[in-house]
Design a protein around this ligand. Structure first.
Ligand SMILES: CC(C)(COP(=O)(O)OP(=O)(O)OC[C@H]1O[C@@H](n2cnc3c(N)ncnc32)[C@H](O)[C@@H]1OP(=O)(O)O)[C@@H](O)C(=O)NCCC(=O)NCCS
Length: 176
């Protein structure tokens, strides 16, 4: 468990699944992804995230607001595997419910997650990438102080050629 002034990053719980499915079904939250997720797909994703945490000691933790215990979404690094061009390595990810946007929660959670992984897991570098269209996510990378790595930009192998979501821009952060 990781604590920040306003948030707790923790293992996933059964009661997270409903609000997680709601945010994954929100077209605005999923605007920069190929599609929204069904309840079954959302549950499977949460299970995959928890199993990564169990296996590696880090991953996309559930974010809980300390003030009222609300589930806000997730943040944390995950290992990358082929066909992602930057693999092997660890990639940050974050996704928050729309009601939790605009308050600095994604940056606060993600900074704490990255610091934990540098200090306690021994990761030497964490990358982050997103589509050219996802300006809010790019702003989080900038607020985290990550380094823009145009030399590592790539076309996402899981997005068909010609689609606007295919080109991905990369940032990286080395252990301090
Ligand atoms: C990406 C995403 C997490 C960014 O959320 P966000 O709310 O813009 O980012 P933060 O939580 O860091 O909040 C920053 C904003 O909160 C504001 N803010 C308000 N109170 C704040 C506080 N106490 N501390 C810091 N910032 C605060 C900042 O000024 C900033 O606002 P601005 O964008 O108008 O400048 C969100 O858009 C999202 O979940 N998107 C869908 C999923 C997604 O695309 N994930 C990324 C895939 S690569």
């Amino acid at each position: 468990m990781i604590e920040t002034p306003r948030l707790i990053l923790r293992d996933w719980r059964e009661e997270d699944l409903e609000p997680f499915a709601a945010l994954n079904a929100d077209p605005e939250v999923m605007r920069h992804f190929p599609s929204t997720l069904s309840r079954a797909e959302s549950d499977a994703l949460a299970a995959r995230y928890q199993s990564h945490i169990d296996q590696h000691g880090f991953g996309r933790w559930a974010i809980e607001r300390r003030e009222d215990g609300a589930f806000l979404g997730h943040s944390g690094p995950m290992t990358m595997s082929p066909p992602i061009p930057l693999s092997p390595g660890a990639e940050m990810g974050w996704r928050l419910a729309r009601a939790a946007w605009g308050r600095g929660y994604a940056t606060e959670a993600s900074k704490a997650a990255m610091d934990f992984c540098f200090e306690h897991i021994g990761l030497e570098q964490i990358v982050a990438f997103t589509s050219t269209t996802n300006l809010p996510s790019q702003a989080v990378m900038a607020r985290l102080g990550m380094t823009r790595r145009a030399d590592l930009d790539f076309d996402h192998p899981n997005v068909p050629e010609g689609q606007i979501l295919r080109r991905h821009l990369v940032w990286s952060q080395d252990a301090r």
